[in-house]
Design a protein around this ligand. Structure first.
Ligand SMILES: Cc1ncc(COP(=O)(O)OP(=O)(O)O)c(N)n1
Ligand SMILES: Cc1nc(C(=O)O)sc1CCOP(=O)(O)O
Length: 220
């Protein structure tokens, strides 16, 4: 939700359970509104269409759309890879992979207020991300091989179990191949927060899918 300061974003992130990455789509505003109404806490624009990468102006335009929807639903807005675009869009979060900008470089661009997340794919990376200055949260995965991230080998649930056992002080999310049917296994492995793509982007009813995932992540 653009306009929050760093402490407010970090508090909301600690409470977050369901994080959605989505590409651009013709119905982006409506789709995002449905997903957020269903209980998504954080939404990231992650557009990786082969052969047709978004130009910066297109990415900013899509992020403006998402920022409006996030403001309506009190949700956090995340940008993938690009610190300049995160700053320009007034995003809450920048997510960085292992081959992206080094965190200190991103921090120099962003300052202290925007939250930075990291992808991790083994115990050494997760341990490093849990302690690296400037990192606020991290993700571990893929839990299962996934067509959304082709070619990425999956450390699977053992990485989730090892991360949970280390009890990191920073929020962390499990990612990769997670859907409603697999969520109980991910929770049993010790995760309390998840990132999903297809489980919501390809659902016939994104709001209903988000509602079910969110309910399973926040049992009463
Ligand atoms: C929340 C979140 N977690 C992981 C990723 C994957 O990031 P990365 O490894 O940099 O891969 P790409 O998304 O760039 O393909 C993410 N984007 N968001
Ligand atoms: C974007 C991404 N990053 C991963 C990682 O392991 O860092 S796995 C992944 C894809 C997740 O998509 P789905 O929910 O459709 O399987």
């Amino acid at each position: 939700m653009p306009g929050l300061d760093g402490d407010q974003i970090r508090r909301r992130l600690a409470d977050a359970r369901l994080y959605l990455c989505t590409g651009t789509r013709p119905d982006l505003a409506e789709f995002a509104g449905e997903a957020l109404a269903g209980g998504v806490d954080v939404i990231q624009l992650r557009d990786k269409r082969a052969g047709a990468p978004l130009e910066a102006a297109e990415e900013l335009a899509a992020l403006r759309t998402l920022a409006e929807v996030c403001a309506e639903h009190d949700a956090l807005l995340s940008v993938n890879d690009r610190a300049d675009i995160a700053l320009a869009a007034g995003a809450d979060i920048l997510h960085l992979g292992q081959d992206d900008l080094p965190v200190p470089v991103a921090r120099r661009i962003l300052g202290a207020e925007i939250v930075i997340g990291r992808s991790t794919h083994d115990v050494a990376q997760a341990t490093a991300a849990a302690a690296e200055p400037g990192v606020d949260y991290f993700c571990t995965g893929p839990c299962w091989p996934t067509p959304t991230k082709p070619g990425r080998s999956a450390p699977g649930l053992p990485l989730v179990r090892a991360t949970a056992a280390a009890a990191p002080a920073r929020p962390w999310f499990a990612i990769g191949g997670i859907d409603e049917a697999r969520l109980p296994e991910v929770l049993a492995a010790g995760a309390t927060r998840v990132v999903v793509v297809r489980a919501i982007t390809e659902a016939p009813d994104p709001r209903a899918a988000a509602t079910r995932l969110s309910a399973a992540l926040r049992p009463r």
